[in-house]
Design a protein around this ligand. Structure first.
Ligand SMILES: [Zn+2]
Length: 301
């Protein structure tokens, strides 16, 4: 068994070479430039460079319509074709009939049932736990998977101890939007924390969703700022990961961010990146988002 770290980026596809509407072309992403040498596009969707693999992953799964997060994330975390299962793409929350599937098949439960530890690295603010206490349970697939598998949902206390990471990476937006007074950390510090958590678990998930917000035009700040934080974070993870001890997979549930000419999701393939021990096998085995879970479990068996 070697650890797998999954960084899930909501709504990131591989799109057209477009310097106006595709942020990967419009802005310089240092992690792409340094580790891949060129920007992926629909014409050049596969880039293999020094043990780093960047490739397209089908998110439509043979079902008409625009892929959505509810079905997309169930496909990723549970290893099933969720849109085919319910007959449509659905989101952002999981469709009711997929909830028993999440309970039975989520990747945290699968890893734990093999006798290995699994972690969800994100921290959640107090308002989230108040929401749960109030008996509300409309959760994303990720937090629902963690809850149903009894995987710890990290609090602000874990965050203060450096044992969790906020979904926005630096803590800045928690201070700004939620009224916390947390120390703002550098993206590189967040990357170190995440790698430390990942090295102690067979499987670790970190979820980032501002990319989908930017794609929907819902991000209220300068988008070059969100890009700079994400870029520095991913650069540090790729730079500092012990490649002979761990496998990294960066994946997404559908396109959105890569085409800012529309505020909806796209039909583009999802962006996937692998690095570390089994990076090449992940590239060989993952053609659509429902194959990600199995590729990870094979690593753990
Ligand atoms: Zn979305």
């Amino acid at each position: 068994m070697t650890p797998v770290l999954m960084i899930f980026l909501d709504g990131v596809g591989i799109g057209r070479e477009d310097y106006q509407f595709n942020p990967f072309f419009k802005y310089k992403f240092l992690f792409i430039e340094h580790f891949f040498g060129k920007v992926p596009s629909l014409n050049n969707p596969v880039i293999i460079n020094s043990g780093n693999f960047l490739f397209p992953t089908d998110a439509a799964l043979g079902v008409d319509g625009l892929p959505q997060s509810g079905t997309g994330q169930v496909s990723i975390l549970c290893g099933i074709n969720a849109p085919a299962y319910i007959g449509k793409h659905f989101g952002p929350f999981p469709y009711s009939t997929t909830i028993p599937v999440i309970k039975e098949k989520n990747i945290f439960t699968a890893v734990k049932s093999m006798g290995y530890p699994a972690a969800f690295a994100n921290a959640y603010p107090a308002v989230f736990f108040d929401y749960l206490k109030a008996g509300k349970h409309r959760l994303s697939t990720t937090s629902m998977s963690a809850r149903l598998s009894k995987t710890k949902l990290n609090t602000v206390t874990d965050l203060r101890k450096g044992k969790a990471v906020t979904a926005e990476i630096t803590n800045e937006r928690w201070n700004l939007k939620l009224g916390y007074r947390l120390p703002v950390i550098r993206p590189e510090t967040a990357a170190n924390r995440l790698l430390k958590i990942a090295s102690a678990n067979a499987f670790t998930l970190f979820e980032y969703f501002l990319t989908d917000h930017v794609g929907h035009g819902r991000y209220d700040d300068n988008i070059s700022k969100v890009i700079a934080v994400l870029d520095a974070f991913l650069y540090a993870v790729l730079d500092r990961i012990k490649r002979d001890e761990m496998t990294l997979i960066i994946c997404s549930d559908h396109g959105n961010f890569e085409d800012l000419s529309v505020k909806t999701h796209t039909l583009n393939p999802a962006l996937t990146i692998s690095a570390g021990i089994n990076a090449g096998r992940f590239f060989d085995e993952i053609k659509n988002i429902s194959q990600i879970k199995e590729a990870i479990l094979k690593n753990i068996r």
